[in-house]
Each structure stands twice: as structure tokens, then as C-alpha cells.
Design a binder for this molecule. Structure first.
Ligand code: S3P
Length: 442
């Protein structure tokens, strides 16, 4: 959701008492997008349970419907009758991806592989600033036709082609680009290989393998060959570790808190925040997968039990960044609450500059305005712990994760925080304020 013209201001006062209780982790956004897309690529009917009902993932249902899939939703159960991998129909008009970068980057990989099909995709003001050159470049090498504003921004116009297989070394650690090329690879002639500089979330690999696609991995090389049919079978979406990180952080920041978060995905490619927070001294009990668990393993969930305690600083290096990319703003918030003089450093995270907003600038300026001591760098930030935050006003900048950070900062601050455009949280976690309220009222 982009910043609305006249955003509301929501006051979040210091909680003044421990947060206690349990939260059911919201369904995973990345897996919900992929479930809907792969169900649309399948032939016949796929039932998805615990689909994330949030703005981003509703955009995905709208997009696949526009391209010919039949979509029925009842609460968080979605039944999709797919069009088949090569059965995409031309959409009547521009396909609206809203605020969803994952949807836009993945779906162009599919459209690009249908010879002669044309489609125009566009979204909100934030989407129009997100770099698309990163997917246009490999798709052009594969023989798809793509045009965009200034050659790199939405709206993007795609003309599908007869794709040739390529070997593509990702210039940045991006699961979205990896997934786009692998999806196009199913429609290309021969074997397409993506080489990853650093491991990033592997949902596409796990889900395509489970759906019978000819995908293999050897070290940092992921290969896929021409595919006629994928059969995802019925799916249940595990809880989103990136959403779980918010109630976890709330419990870590508010003295005396004890919170359980149920049904969190244990996928090791998403577990960076738990490891980082534990290094900062956080008490988070519960299992996460062993690093390196293969992409042939089904995704499972567990409960994480969190207790408040003192926090210290830590360093996050480039290798760890993709495993916690969406949680790094929260690492900055925890860093502010670390004990006096404790330093938290994040390096190699220049990708944060091209998220829903420039998250390096946003955390530095917005948490700085609440009393935090944060120095932005080209590829991350350095936070000096002061044991807490004073409070003040935080503007979400239309970024769902910044909106939720504002709410947590308010709860744990001395004076409270007025959050401008907290509604942005609805992009990934619409029940966030209700979940926090339930933990407060115990
Ligand atoms: C996502 C990958 C990440 C992440 C985004 C979701 C995905 O983006 O930040 O929220 O579902 O593949 P990048 O691939 O650009 O790092």
C-alpha cells in the first residue's frame, strides 16, 4: 500500500505491563504468492489452506484471475482452477500488482514464456520505484520482449517469446530474481541454471520439486529443464517468520513479557532473525532447521517461545543478510534497546535501499527521530544501544514493516509514538494491531 494522500495518525502509548500470551503466526507471504501462482500454472483444481489474506497476496489472486485462472476464496481457503503452464490467456487490461514486488517479479517470468502473449503490469507509487531491470535482463537473454519506463521501472510491458535456456549468475542475492528465471526456465528449451552468490529463501525450489518439476540443486547452482506439467497438490501455507518477528520483538522489548508464537515456518533460509536476536542475548526457545537443509525437504512449522531480557550488540555480515533481509529494520530497533554503548552493525545489505521504501534511510531517520542513535552507511547501518527510545512521531512511508516498527517502538518507548499511516501494515499482517492488543489485555 502506498502512502495515502491523507494518512491517519495512530497513537501507540507505552504498554506499561508485560505482554503475555500466544499469537498464531500469520501465513507466509512469499509462500502464499507462490502457492497461487503455481496453482494457476497447474491443470485442474488446487486447494490452498491458510492463504495469507492481505493486500499483497490478494493482488496475486487478482492477477491470476485476470490471466484466466478461476479463483474462489472462502476466508483463508482458496480454491484455484489453473490454466496449465502454457494456458495463459491475454488479460483484458493492465494487470494491477498493487504493492507486491514478489508478484511482479515472478509473474513476468511466466508471461515471458508464452510466445505472442502480451501483458502490461503496473502497481502503486512504491512499485513504480522498484528496480525491474534485474528480471528484465535475464528474460531478455532468454528471448522475451520487455519494455519499461526508463528501461527499468513499472509499468512493464511483456511480450512472450520462444525462450532459450540460459545459465545466469545472479548479480545480487535475490529470491525474486532466482524464482523469475526458474519459472521462465520451465518454459525454455533445454536446461536453465541459476547460480546464487549467497543462499536466499528457497520456497520456489521446495514447491516446484514437490510439484514434480525437474529441478535440481548442486552447491550454488539450481537447474530446471523444460516442463510440461506441474502438480502442486493441495497446500497449507506455514506461518511467516518475517511476520512472527514482530510479536517476537515486542516480547523482547517490553520488560517482563513472555509470548509464544505458534506455527512459525522453520525454513532455515528464513531463520536469520532468530539467530541474530539470539546472538543479541534474546531468549527464543524452539527449533529452526539446520542451515543447509536441502530444498527437497517439506516446509514444517514450530512454536517459538520468547522472554524479555537484556540485549547486547551484534554484527550481521553479507552472508547472513538474505536470511533476514525483511527483518533487518527490526534488528535496528532491537539495537536501539540494547544496553548503553552496545553496537549493532549491519553490512552488505544494500538491497534494503530498493525495498518498499529505502529501508536504510527510513530506519535511520525515523528511529533517529524517536531518540535512536543510528548511522546509515552505503550498505547498512550502525546502531548504538541506549537501552530504549524516547518516542515521538514515526512516518511509515507507506512501508508495512516500518508501520509495525512504529507500533513496537511506541509500546516500548518512554513517551509513546504517533505512527503516521499505520494502515500500511495491511500489506502483510492485517491482524497485527489486534494480535498486539490481545497480548496486552491479559
Ligand atoms: C521475497 C524475496 C525478498 C524479500 C521479499 C520477498 C520473495 O526480496 O525481501 O519480501 O518472496 O521471493 P529479494 O528477492 O528482492 O531479496
Amino acid at each position: 500500500m502506498s502512502a495515502s494522500a491523507d494518512p491517519t495518525t495512530t497513537r501507540i502509548d507505552p504498554v506499561g505491563a508485560p505482554l503475555l500470551g500466544r499469537v498464531l503466526c500469520p501465513p507466509d507471504k512469499s509462500i502464499s504468492h507462490r502457492s497461487a501462482l503455481f496453482a494457476a500454472m497447474a491443470e485442474g483444481t488446487t486447494t490452498i489452506d491458510r492463504y495469507l489474506v492481505a493486500q499483497d497476496t490478494l493482488s496475486t489472486l487478482g492477477a491470476i484471475e485476470a490471466l484466466g485462472a478461476d479463483v474462489r476464496r472462502d476466508g483463508d481457503r482458496v480454491v484455484i482452477h489453473g490454466v496449465g503452464l502454457r494456458g495463459l490467456k491475454a488479460a483484458a487490461g493492465t494487470i494491477d500488482v498493487g504493492n507486491a514486488g514478489t508478484l511482479l517479479r515472478l509473474i513476468v517470468g511466466w508471461i515471458a514464456g508464452i510466445p505472442g502473449l502480451t501483458a502490461t503490469l503496473d502497481g502503486d507509487a512504491s512499485i513504480r520505484k522498484r528496480p525491474m531491470g534485474r528480471v528484465m535482463e535475464p528474460l531478455a537473454q532468454m528471448n522475451a520482449g520487455l519494455e519499461a519506463t526508463d528501461g527499468k521501472f513499472a509499468p512493464v510491458h511483456v511480450t512472450g517469446g520462444t525462450l532459450r535456456a540460459i545459465e545466469y549468475t545472479l548479480p545480487m542475492a535475490s529470491a525474486q530474481v532466482k524464482s523469475c528465471v526458474l519459472i521462465a526456465g520451465m518454459l525454455a528449451d533445454g536446461e536453465t541454471t541459476v547460480v546464487e552468490p549467497v543462499a536466499s529463501r528457497d520456497h520456489t525450489e521446495r514447491m516446484l520439486v514437490a510439484a514434480g518439476a525437474p529441478l535440481t540443486r548442486s552447491g550454488d547452482r539450481i537447474s530446471i529443464t523444460t516442463t510440461e506439467l506441474i502438480s502442486p497438490g493441495d497446500l497449507t501455507v506455514p506461518g511467516d517468520p518475517s511476520s512472527a518477528a514482530f510479536p517476537i520483538a515486542a516480547a523482547l522489548l517490553v520488560p517482563g513479557s513472555r509470548v509464544d508464537v505458534d506455527e512459525v515456518s522453520m525454513n532455515w533460509t528464513r531463520a536469520g532473525f532468530v539467530h541474530i536476536a539470539r546472538r543479541m542475548g534474546a531468549s527464543i526457545e524452539g527449533p529452526v532447521e539446520e542451515p543447509g537443509t536441502p530444498h527437497t525437504t517439506p516446509e514444517t512449522t514450530a512454536t517459538l517461545s520468547v522472554s524479555h531480557g537484556p540485549l547486547r550488540g551484534t554484527t550481521v555480515d553479507a552472508d547472513e543478510v538474505p536470511l533476514a533481509i525483511d527483518e533487518l529494520p527490526l534488528v535496528a530497533l532491537l539495537g536501539c534497546f540494547a544496553e548503553l554503548g552496545e553496537i549493532t552493525t549491519v553490512k552488505g545489505a544494500q538491497e534494503l535501499r530498493v525495498k518498499e521504501t529505502d529501508r536504510i534511510a527510513a530506519v535511520s531517520e525515523e528511529l533517529g527521530a524517536l531518540g535512536g542513535k543510528i548511522t546509515p552507511t552505503d550498505d547498512g547501518f550502525i546502531v548504538e544501544g541506549t537501552g530504549g527510545l524516547r518516542g515521538g512521531t514515526l512516518h511509515s512511508r507507506g512501508d508495512h514493516r516500518m508501520a509495525m516498527i512504529g507500533a513496537l517502538a511506541g509500546l516500548a518507548s518512554e513517551e509513546g509514538v504517533s505512527v503516521i499511516d499505520i494502515e500500511a501494515a495491511a500489506v502483510s499482517y492485517p491482524t497485527f494491531l489486534d494480535d498486539l492488543a490481545a497480548l496486552r489485555s491479559r
